[in-house]
Design a binder for this molecule. Structure first.
Ligand SMILES: Cc1ncc(COP(=O)(O)O)c(C=O)c1O
Length: 385
């Protein structure tokens, strides 16, 4: 297999903006100042300073005040995904609602827990409410109340779509009517490029069962493994009762708290323009090379572009050809809740260099044409028709 020269596979931020010097200085300071705390186990909630910094992050974006004692630091938001599912699950085979295409880490955690996923169809506004309602009504008729709805409503992974506020309110109303908690996974909201910022679901939802997940992976770096859950009692206690690891990494949290002591906007102001530019380069590469046969999303934030390839693309052949030519991407099947091999692929543009993006998209375009069984022009106008 050829070396991967153009890795559109992983959802990482831009490595050149990693604030190494500032983090080094923060590390020296906190090790000196918090040596005593570092010799102890952090406990269930985790570093108070970082919890306050994340409360400020969420509050500044959403205009909603959170109690820092309702925010629990976790080992990345992935631990929060698993912890919350375990807390709400009663039995193997319990049903949960997810987006038809969703984050593979979550899908794989839910599969391991033997949760039965019902996929809700997507359009450019995220989960389609009429389909969600249909499925909730069907499950009720069958005597199955879903344990929760898992929603990535902002800059969704993999599609990049942002659910409009009105639809968020409809989802909240439906969830309340059927008494199903929402787990909102919101790690991309601060990776924002243009347009209106839609409110987080938690900012619109008074339901005390609402669960909110956040992360530092996309605004700082995944190597910190810092995420969090915001939930109110008694839901909070239910989640904490599943936790047996004596808390998350206190040193990483102390360094991040020091780094973000004046808020998150300063560093986001450095990273977002760089990512925005990479998004634009990826989009213009797609327009120049694939406009006649593919469609794709234009995300206003986040790290992903979702591409629909022609139906007659031999998907396994495309993947092999791309790898042979040094291009990596994640195929649609990786994101499908039921592993269906639909004609899509996801391009993550955050950590490639601009040169790699400019050179890589034409290579991918050639591979897509070669993997087709015809030269027919595009048969569809949108991503989901
Ligand atoms: C929607 C979603 N949730 C959770 C995660 C996990 O992130 P973390 O690094 O915080 O565990 C990711 C990472 O890509 C993601 O896209």
């Amino acid at each position: 297999m050829a070396d991967i020269l153009y890795d559109f596979g992983t959802g990482r931020s831009d490595p050149s903006t990693f604030p190494a010097a500032a983090l080094q200085a923060a590390a020296v300071k906190v090790i000196e100042e918090q040596a005593e705390e570092l010799t102890q186990y952090p406990g269930g909630l985790g570093h108070a300073g970082l919890r306050r910094a994340m409360v400020r992050r969420e509050g500044e974006r959403e205009g909603v005040e959170i109690d820092p004692d309702h925010l629990v630091l976790t080992n990345g938001s992935m631990q929060a995904v698993t912890l919350t599912a375990e807390a709400l699950q009663e039995d193997k085979g319990d049903t949960v609602l997810v987006e038809e295409f969703s984050y593979p880490g979550t899908l794989s955690a839910y599969r391991s827990l033997k949760l039965e996923m019902v996929g809700i169809r997507l359009d450019e506004g995220g989960m389609r409410i009429e389909h969600m309602e249909e499925e909730l009504a069907r499950l009720e008729r069958e005597g199955r109340r879903p344990k929760f709805i898992y929603a990535i409503s902002t800059y969704q992974n993999p599609t990049g779509f942002n659910m409009p506020a009105a639809r968020r309110s409809q989802m909240i109303e439906l969830a309340a009517r059927y008494q199903v908690p929402i787990i909102e996974d919101n790690c991309y909201a601060d990776v924002h490029y243009e347009g209106d910022i839609e409110p987080a679901v938690f900012a619109l939802d008074n339901n005390p069962n609402h669960i909110y997940l956040g992360s530092l992976s996309k605004i700082l770096a995944p190597g910190f493994r810092l995420g969090y859950v915001y939930a109110r009692p008694p839901m909070l206690e239910k989640i904490l009762a599943r936790r047996h690891d004596a808390g998350s990494n206190y040193l990483a949290a102390a360094i991040a708290a020091e780094f973000y002591k004046n808020g998150i906007s300063e560093h986001a102001g450095v990273t977002n323009p760089v990512l925005h530019n990479k998004r634009d380069l990826t989009l213009s590469g797609l327009r120049e090379t694939l406009d006649d046969i593919c469609t794709w999303s234009t995300p206003a934030g986040g790290l992903f572009i979702w591409v629909r390839v022609p139906d007659d693309t031999d998907r396994p052949k495309l993947y092999e050809l791309a790898q042979q030519n040094g291009v990596n991407y994640l195929p649609g099947v990786s994101f499908h809740y039921a592993n269906r091999n639909k004609p899509y692929l996801r391009l993550a543009f955050g950590h490639l260099t601009e040169q790699q993006i400019e050179a890589g998209i034409p290579v991918l375009a050639r591979c897509i044409r070669e993997a087709r069984t015809s030269n027919e022009p595009r048969q569809f106008e949108t991503l989901f028709d």
